[in-house]
Design a protein around this ligand. Structure first.
Ligand SMILES: Nc1ncnc2c1ncn2[C@@H]1O[C@H](COP(=O)(O)OP(=O)(O)OP(=O)(O)O)[C@@H](O)[C@H]1O
Length: 768
């Protein structure tokens, strides 16, 4: 901070008062921390005592004590951690608000945690997620309103003030009025790529706030341009969700589905800062692998993308199969197949034990096909089995006593019958008694096996076998499809067969398998999520969304993505309309066009590239922040030394400018290996990044374009040695993704500007 800045903050009319307030807050936090630590010691003492009291005779009371104290301890510790983490910056803004009903003005300081005066219960810090804090994000000065617990509160906002507090010292105060430019945002955006995701609670913009706070009881779909804050918003919405519904949903029931493990690593540092712990962070594939409960061998999903990029194989039929398998039409085929299985499995026979019909087949059939439909099909079989077992248990003694009565009555009749001679009577009596014994023995015997025998025909094949049986047979597919031609069924089946022959599946098979599991076996409670957050959702297929929704039996989804970055659109998704219409008709939809990541200059060039792709995608509007124009540099790929020296030199000067997070992006894995071969001899720390690796700190990473999606760097160097980007959809998208990764600097290295389609861009948008 310069001396001039110091002077300007001190010049603020409320400087002294604000410093006092900050000191008071810090002091209060310190006191609370001390008390909490004291409490902790107190609880630890209590626990020690409870352990000592734990004896064999009467452990129950001590044990309850122990548990009670343990949970208090946990509370104290989490409170402690949260408070400790904010002491250097207890709040970031203030609002002065007069509620219309109370008429008294409240001065509220907004921060990442809430803190109350333990005596007066007045807020010292208000949590950014609380209802009233919405006024800070949403409201202009003047008349404002916010929703709290189902009611609308109205009032007057007379002050909106931002603070810059570093290490507990007040560095800046900015009052926001109608015309004030959001300086804090500008400052935050010009920062470096190390810790930016964490810092946005202070600068969340109105349109982003609307997504974060959109009804948590409805799904939301966000189409957001590259750098519009989708990931950031999704993470903040999770935090908001837990704040609002945490008492109903434990964090273990929330899940983020990220595109790859690299990305999880990238976001995982942020969540604890937002007070989010223990939530599931995984990829669709990893989740499916554990949920489907069998060791599935899966073809690499990026292998297909590489084949398409390399123009290898029968790419047309491959694309068609991929998109078909991701379609809702295919879901209908699977549904019809499941219906057939259900019909075939439905019981029809009477349940008979020793000539008695204990339960009519018709009744069992009705139970299975109508009453028990709330259960997955195989669970219904289990239910029928236990129903028969219970029924048999109850009816067996009735059957036995009925037999007793029947034969005893007959015996009585014979014994008192005068018409029979005594010898004959004796024979009859013996016969009857034998028969009675035999039938009773038969009841006993049949009872032991009756249910088992009845259930024998109900063969519950596993979903993998069933799926393979369907997909290996064009005739079967045809039976269940109303749209596919014979030829298409053959192509589809042959494609699947080739995969099954290798004892494997592909990514596109996971949605149908999960759907079948949900309908036939049911999803294990442990995997049943209550709220799901999907990032990079443009890479999902319609079937994936539908399967997840039906499998989890919830529509609490937050889905964020960007169709312009849909490099896997061959799998299916190329519009949100069917997702909104067919899968989440309840969903709110929001589009975010503003990009916060990168400079106007970089975005101008990226927009030129996006325009080449003839889908109606609106231009991305960068938040006004200027920087250098993208630079095209000519290299000679056959002269590796020249390429290496050029890259080394540029990286060194970027580092001198404190731009430390740097990525070299190549079109494919293969291109990245070529680049690596050239630069590995360099003295610079370089990492050739693979999907399952963590990014090493301080290294320049070489990353293929498809894997760079979702990541960001201070500077990006896109290098083309042997693989120029061509004017086709997939290449355009990959180039666009790569170009939108840098925050500050973009360099392009190739033989000719046309390697990056720059011959089709506005020549004013780059320097060559
Ligand atoms: N309101 C904001 N205040 C400060 N920084 C912001 C804000 N919104 C977004 N950013 C920053 O902009 C960058 C892009 O955000 P994020 O990665 O969430 O965007 P995205 O839409 O997921 O991008 P992409 O689709 O390209 O992956 C991040 O550095 C983030 O911190």
């Amino acid at each position: 901070m310069s001396a001039k800045d110091q002077v300007s903050v001190r010049d603020h009319k409320d400087y002294q008062r604000e410093v006092e307030r900050l000191e008071f807050t810090k002091e209060y936090i310190r006191t609370v921390l001390e008390i909490s630590k004291g409490n902790k010691e107190f609880f630890v003492e209590n626990m020690k005592q409870a352990f000592a009291d734990l004896d064999n005779q009467d452990s129950s009371a001590s044990y309850t004590d122990l548990l009670a104290n343990a949970s208090f301890l946990e509370l104290a510790e989490s409170e402690l951690k949260r408070l400790e983490s904010v002491i250097g910056k207890p709040y970031f803004s203030r609002i002065d608000f007069t509620n219309d009903s109370s008429k008294s003005e409240e001065i509220l300081y907004i921060g990442k945690v809430s803190l109350f005066d333990r005596v007066t219960q007045q807020p010292i810090i208000v949590d950014w997620r609380s209802p009233i804090a919405n006024v800070y994000y949403d409201g202009r000065l003047g008349e404002v309103s916010y929703e709290a617990y189902g009611e609308t509160q109205t009032g007057y906002l007379s002050l909106k003030r931002q603070y810059e507090i570093i290490d507990g010292l007040l560095k800046d105060i900015r009052d926001i009025d109608l015309t004030t430019h959001d300086e804090l945002l500008q400052k935050s955006l010009s920062g470096k790529a190390d810790n930016r995701l964490t810092e946005i609670v202070a600068t969340i913009q109105n349109e982003q706030n609307e997504v974060i706070r959109a009804s948590l009881k409805h799904p939301i779909i966000v189409q957001g341009a590259a750098g519009s804050g989708k990931t950031t918003i999704a993470l903040h919405r999770i935090s908001y969700f837990l704040y609002s519904f945490g008492y109903q949903f434990p964090p273990e029931k929330l899940m983020i589905l990220a595109p790859n493990r690299l990305f999880i690593d990238y976001i995982s540092a942020v969540l604890p800062e937002l007070g989010v712990n223990k939530i599931n962070q995984t990829t669709f594939i990893d989740f499916m692998k554990s949920c489907l409960g069998q060791k599935i061998r899966l073809f690499s999903p990026n292998g297909k993308l590489m084949k398409l990029l390399e123009g290898k194989g029968k790419s047309k039929s491959m694309q068609w199969v991929s998109s078909y398998k991701g379609s809702l039409e295919f879901k209908e085929v699977i549904y019809s197949y499941i219906k057939e299985l259900e019909y075939k499995l439905a019981p029809r026979e009477d349940f008979i034990v020793e000539k008695s019909i204990l339960m009519k087949g018709k009744k069992l059939n009705r139970l299975f096909l109508q009453e028990y439909t709330y259960l997955p099909i195989y669970k219904r079989i289990g239910k029928i089995k236990s129903l028969l077992e219970d029924d048999l248990k109850k009816k067996k003694s009735i059957m036995l006593s009925k037999l007793n009565t029947k034969y005893d009555d007959a015996l009585e009749k014979i014994l008192y019958s005068r018409r029979l001679q005594s010898e004959k009577r004796q024979h009859k009596v013996v016969d009857l008694m034998d028969m009675k014994d035999q039938r009773k023995a038969k009841v006993e015997k049949e009872s032991k096996t009756a249910v088992k025998k009845y259930m024998e025909p109900f063969v519950m094949k596993d979903i993998f076998t069933l799926y393979k049986e369907l997909m290996s047979s064009p005739e079967r597919i045809k039976e269940h499809s109303t749209t596919l031609s014979d030829q298409e069924c053959k192509v589809l089946s042959k494609f699947c067969q080739r995969i099954f022959d290798k004892n494997a599946f592909e990514l596109e098979d996971l949605a149908p398998l999960f759907y079948m599991k949900a309908k036939l076996e049911g999803i294990d409670e442990k995997y049943k999520m209550r709220s799901i957050f999907i990032d990079e959702a443009q890479d999902y297929s319609y079937f994936q969304f539908a399967a997840l929704k039906e499998g989890f039996e919830t529509d609490l989804f937050t889905i964020v993505g960007d169709l312009a970055q849909g490099i896997h659109s061959y799998r299916g998704l190329n519009s949100w309309a069917p997702v909104l219409k067919e899968i989440f008709p309840n969903a709110n939809y929001q589009a975010l066009q503003k990009s916060y990541r990168t400079t106007v200059e970089i975005m101008n060039l990226a927009n030129d590239i996006l325009k080449l792709f003839d889908q109606d995608l609106p231009k991305v509007e960068p938040v006004i922040r200027h920087g250098q124009k993208p630079l095209f540099k000519t290299i000679d790929p056959v002269n590796p030394k020249q390429v290496r020296l050029q890259l080394e030199q540029d990286i060194a000067s970027l580092k001198e400018e404190e731009l430390h997070s740097i990525a070299i992006i190549g079109r494919t894995d293969r291109e990245c290996q070529r680049i690596h071969q050239i630069v590995e001899k360099s003295h610079l720390p370089i990492q050739l990044l693979e999907e399952k690796q963590d990014m090493k700190k301080g290294h320049v990473v070489i990353v293929p374009s498809y894997l760079s999606k979702g990541l960001e760097f201070d500077a990006v160097l896109i290098v083309c040695l042997e693989e120029p980007y061509t004017n086709v959809e997939l290449d355009i998208k990959l180039l666009y993704v790569s170009m939108t990764r840098p925050m500050h600097r973009l360099y392009l290295y190739g033989k000719d500007p046309s390697d990056f389609l720059l011959n089709r861009a506005d020549s004013l948008h780059f320097v060559s």
